[in-house]
Design a protein around this ligand. Structure first.
Ligand SMILES: [Zn+2]
Length: 137
């Protein structure tokens, strides 16, 4: 389907195109998201791209008050925390991503099991341009 290497660069390129792409082993069927060049389960190297629908539910989360520089640039800080969570996708793969559309200051109101949908956050310009995967209720 796509002639791209199974690595983080390809994964990020697909995110820019607003696609969530992982790898699937042709031998045992195991999924990897982000994609890995070798099957994480049977170490096979016969892989195929698989597109994830971006629908899942919140499996775990944490409210982050110490923002890395690129998040600090967007205005996140101790007084303006953000949420990162583990999302269990309906294809039964898990991914760590930012959770938007929830109140990071009230983590007690965020519920594990909340249905989520993928959102693509484009930031920066030109060669600096990057796309982050986030999920929102
Ligand atoms: Zn495998």
């Amino acid at each position: 389907m796509y002639n791209r290497p199974f690595n983080d660069n390809s994964y990020e390129q697909f995110l820019k195109e607003e696609k969530i792409m992982g790898s699937q082993c042709q031998k045992c069927g195991a999924l990897a998201l982000p994609p890995r060049p070798i099957c994480v389960s049977c170490f096979g190297s016969e892989l195929e791209w698989i597109q994830f629908r971006g629908v899942g539910k919140l499996a775990a989360f944490t409210s982050i008050i110490v923002a890395p520089p690129f998040m600090a640039k967007e205005g996140f800080s101790k007084n303006n925390p953000y949420v990162v969570g583990v999302v269990e996708l309906e294809e039964s793969a898990k991914i760590v991503a930012r959770i938007t559309g929830v109140d990071a200051k009230k983590p007690e109101e965020i519920k594990v099991g909340t249905p989520l949908k993928a959102e693509f956050i484009h930031s920066g310009q030109g060669p600096e341009q990057k796309t982050y995967l986030a999920f929102k209720p």
